[in-house]
Design a protein around this ligand. Structure first.
Ligand code: KIV
Length: 281
């Protein structure tokens, strides 16, 4: 009897080998089965179910309102969109949302454990590197839950730091560097650096053994991460460091408008064929 394949071939720690061999790591976000299928087919190494879906998909003003249950729901949907056998699928990582890990290690293990237990996520991402967060990361890693860190512009702290570029002065640059080293020491398998000066990202990338994944952090990181809806131009406005590749929203709007106009025209045409045979679905 053949053995069932139950896990991906790629462990989160495999990304460290990518860094060692100089292979650029690509990470795209997804939020449902359609976006999951798209980013898998595009060949992303890692798919992040980011809590940016709170704004991009659920229409909230910040990432704070999205709940753990909603993150689980979206992560399950993304995995249903993957078409490859599980051992060939991209690594699936889910963001731990606001207040699902900041209130203590017990709660963090329960939150992250739920995501890994009830979805195909194999790792979680947390923001910050305050002493309490370092404790949480160490505990998660000890419990068998791989963790990706996130520094720089951390949107869950929007009410403290806004959406501004971070680490503009020497002191805060030194702080980010020591926080990144602390995340590595705590056991993170990689770190996202968002909206910080390129020179700082380059320095952090050089000093860390684990991969540094940039967004708005220049070209010298070990990998790049983008919010897929931003790249496709689906959001009403994109952050300056993540410009769209196509005007998806405009293309979709125009296509739908055209379809509606065609229906109106058909409705006005008395000779239209009402009983045309539709192919089977
Ligand atoms: O939530 C998200 O999509 C993210 C990326 C922007 C890094 O955290």
């Amino acid at each position: 009897m053949g053995m069932k394949v139950l896990a991906r071939n790629m462990l989160p720690t495999e990304l460290i080998r990518f860094k060692q061999t100089g292979k650029t790591i690509t990470i795209l976000t997804a939020w449902d089965s359609i976006s999951g299928a798209l980013v898998e087919a595009a060949g992303a190494d890692v798919v992040l179910v980011g809590d940016s879906l709170s704004m991009v998909i659920l229409g909230h003003a910040t990432t704070l309102p999205v709940t753990l249950q909603q993150m689980l729901y979206h992560t399950q949907a993304v995995a249903r969109g993957f078409t490859q056998p599980i051992n060939k699928q991209p690594l699936l990582v889910c963001d731990l949302p606001f207040l699902s890990y900041q209130c203590g290690e017990e709660k963090a293990v329960a939150s992250a454990g739920l995501l890994l237990k009830e979805s195909y996520a194999a790792a979680v991402k947390v923001e910050g590197a305050e002493p309490e967060i370092i404790g949480v990361i160490q505990r998660l890693v000890r419990m068998g839950i791989p963790v990706m860190g996130h520094l720089g512009l951390t949107p869950q702290s929007v009410h403290r730091i806004g959406y501004r570029r971070q680490a503009e002065d020497k002191q805060s640059q030194e702080q980010i560097l020591s926080q990144a080293l602390a995340l590595e020491k705590a056991g993170c398998f990689s770190v996202v650096l968002e909206h910080v000066p390129d020179s700082l990202a380059e320095q952090v990338t050089k000093q860390l053994a684990i991969p540094v994944i940039g967004i708005g952090a220049g070209k010298s990181c070990d990998g790049q991460i983008r919010v897929t809806a931003d790249l496709l131009g689906l959001t009403s406005k994109q952050p300056p460091f993540s410009p769209p590749l196509i005007s998806g929203r405009k293309i979709f709007e125009e296509t739908l408008k055209e379809w509606i106009q065609q229906q109106h025209l058909l409705g006005e045409n008395p000779t239209k064929q009402k009983s045309q045979q539709e192919p089977d679905y």
